[in-house]
Structure formats: structure tokens, C-alpha cells
Design a protein around this ligand. Structure first.
Ligand SMILES: [Zn+2]
Length: 147
């Protein structure tokens, strides 16, 4: 918003501003060419309106909206990446000392895969601790007699 001096076709310069404290606002503009003054007065409601508009305009810029769009897209992608099937025992399976020792007999190049199979077997059944007994059951249930 700016004020123009009609006679000089010049933009009037901001001269002084008064905020008396009762909610009103007064601003005086002066033409730099002829010195004519004009004043803008705003009542408390208008002053409040201008203030709240200023806050809104400052807070809702185009870059912010773009950023929100990007964030929403990232959130969706992250949700899709999450494993879908809910597990009975989603926490890590504890391995007893005996189970770890038994796993040690598995050839090292397949040990990680075998451990994963046992962990999945335990989690699907809500078993919190891996023991040789659980491993025996898993092997017969899954047909993994050689492991
Ligand atoms: Zn003027």
C-alpha cells in the first residue's frame, strides 16, 4: 500500500506513525515535492485486521506449501516401506546359550540365513526365547532336518 500525491504524481513518503495505545493507529505521509501531508487513520478493528492479515500472509508463503507437499509424499513412501503383516511377537527373539551353541554347529556360510529362519519361526508363534527345543520343533515343522 502506498499513497500518491495527485498533483505531483509522486509517491508520498512515510512521515510519522502514531499508536496512541487505544488500539487506533495513525500514519502520516508527506509528498517530497510539494510537502502536502495526508494521514491514514485506522480504528481498533481495522488495526487488528491489518495485524492478523500480516501474520497470515507471512506464515503461508508458496515455498512453505511446496515443502508440506514434499513432506506428505515422504510420509506416504515411508508408510509403504513398513512391513505389512503384524507379528505376534515383534520384538527381538532372545537366544539361550544352548541355542547359540547349537547354531554354532551350522556352517558359517548359511548361519545367518538359518538364524533368520528360526527367528521368523519364533516371532510368528509369539516365542520370545530360542532354545534347542524350539529349534527342534522348527526343524520338523519347517522340514529343515539337516540344519
Ligand atoms: Zn505533491
Amino acid at each position: 500500500m502506498k499513497f500518491l500525491c495527485v498533483d505531483c504524481d509522486r509517491q508520498m513518503a512515510f512521515d510519522e506513525r502514531a499508536v496512541p495505545g487505544d488500539g487506533t493507529m495513525a500514519a502520516v505521509f508527506r509528498c517530497p515535492a510539494c510537502g502536502r501531508k495526508t494521514a491514514m487513520l485506522a480504528n481498533p478493528m481495522e488495526t487488528q485486521l491489518v495485524s492478523s492479515l500480516g501474520v497470515k500472509v507471512g506464515g503461508r508463503t508458496v515455498p512453505n506449501e511446496n515443502f508440506e507437499g514434499i513432506r506428505a509424499g515422504v510420509d506416504e513412501a515411508r508408510d509403504e516401506a513398513l512391513p505389512a503383516p503384524p507379528l505376534t511377537n515383534p520384538g527381538p527373539v532372545r537366544w539361550s546359550v544352548e541355542a547359540v551353541e547349537r547354531l554354532g554347529h551350522v556352517p558359517s556360510f548359511v548361519r545367518g540365513m538359518v538364524k533368520k529362519i528360526y527367528n521368523e519361526y519364533a516371532r510368528e508363534r509369539g516365542i520370545e526365547e530360542m532354545t534347542p527345543a524350539v529349534m527342534d520343533r522348527a526343524r520338523s515343522d519347517l522340514g529343515l532336518e539337516g540344519m
